[in-house]
Design a protein around this ligand. Structure first.
Ligand SMILES: [Zn+2]
Ligand SMILES: [Zn+2]
Length: 327
């Protein structure tokens, strides 16, 4: 197999040729057909997350074909198309797992972070954490659903019954969730970097009723806001945009420090929440809804060997939507 490998934080990924891995008990090996590039991959590469299992193959938006089964796997069959998300394994016995909060498991594995991911031609996955994807949709278009879509979906659920919804940072996740929110009949207000008229236009093309800079005041009070950009300064900005009792949901795994702000911006029962990881039920729910909402993902395709370029272009905001690596 071929893989793009991170040996140390801050270094470019290096191309490696490796023997095909063998799936252990309860595992599958997939032939990777496409793997999305997520902002979390940047946080891994930059060493902004703790305890990265180095060397690591990043990538946790995998669309692949099952090609080998480990012992005891009966839920999947060779030839089946599956999606492999960020949540790669949970212990099943800790307090969180037992409470139905497996996204908070004390002993999890995460694809492309603590177990090798999909910036490769093959990947090993726990069969219980691979979602059958069926026949509809092409591999490249589906890949961004597996994190940008899924974490975005969990964030949207956390936002509650918001009729007016702000999305801060209009990248891969927001461009999917804007479509879902519109399909649900909500009004989407998109916030981008000040002056980024291209992203604002992109947001309007996906149904946002308003788009502006992150410091702009939206024309209405928002019921809720989701922050996808990793900038802590957006937390007080979003608090000022939501109504009394409104929610601000932080969707990212990493954010720069949140600056201090007057308590009165939080007062009147405004809430700040964070979203961590996903549960398998989130995946089942979202993958059922995605075709109903007729989500169309905007993707930019890169050959696997150009993973470093995809990461650099994501960092610089050089494309709309999502980057996808194709072996
Ligand atoms: Zn657990
Ligand atoms: Zn991700």
């Amino acid at each position: 197999m071929k893989a793009m490998v991170l040996a140390a934080p801050g270094r470019p990924l290096v191309f490696e040729q490796r023997p095909d891995p063998l799936p252990g008990a309860g595992e599958i090996r997939v032939r990777v057909e496409a793997c999305g590039v997520c902002r979390t991959d940047l946080h891994v590469v930059d060493g902004e997350l703790p305890d990265i299992n180095l060397p690591i193959v990043p990538g946790h938006e995998i669309v692949g074909i099952v090609e080998a089964l480990g012992s005891g796997v009966s839920s999947l069959a060779p030839g089946q198309r599956v999606g492999i998300p960020w949540l790669g394994h949970t212990c099943g016995v800790c307090d969180y797992c037992r409470r139905g909060q497996e996204n908070l498991c004390d002993a999890p594995l995460f694809t492309g972070y603590t177990r090798d991911g999909g910036f490769a031609t093959a990947a090993i996955a726990d069969a219980r954490y691979a979602f059958p994807l069926g026949e509809a949709g092409d591999d490249i278009s589906l890949a961004p659903l597996l994190c940008a879509g899924l974490i975005g979906w969990r964030s949207l659920v956390m936002a509650g019954q918001a009729e007016t919804l702000g999305l801060y940072g209009f990248g891969a996740a927001a461009h999917i969730i804007a479509q879902v929110a519109r399909w649900q009949g909500r009004a989407v207000y998109a916030f981008t970097r000040a002056g980024d008229t291209e992203s604002q236009e992109f947001a309007r093309s996906l149904g946002a009723v308003w788009a502006g800079g992150s410091d702009d005041k939206p024309p209405v009070r928002l019921d809720a806001a989701i922050i996808f950009a990793p900038a802590g300064a957006l937390v007080p900005a979003a608090l000022r945009a939501v109504r009394k009792g409104g929610r601000v949901v932080c969707a990212g795994i990493h954010m720069s420090d949140i600056p201090s702000f007057p308590y009165r911006w939080l007062w009147e029962e405004r809430q700040i929440l964070s979203v961590a990881n996903l549960t398998r039920q989130d995946g089942i729910d979202f993958l059922r809804i995605a075709p109903q909402a007729k989500i169309v993902t905007e993707t930019t395709r890169y050959p696997l060997e150009f993973a470093n370029d995809a990461l650099a272009d994501l960092r610089a905001g050089r494309f709309d939507g999502a980057a996808v690596l194709v072996p």
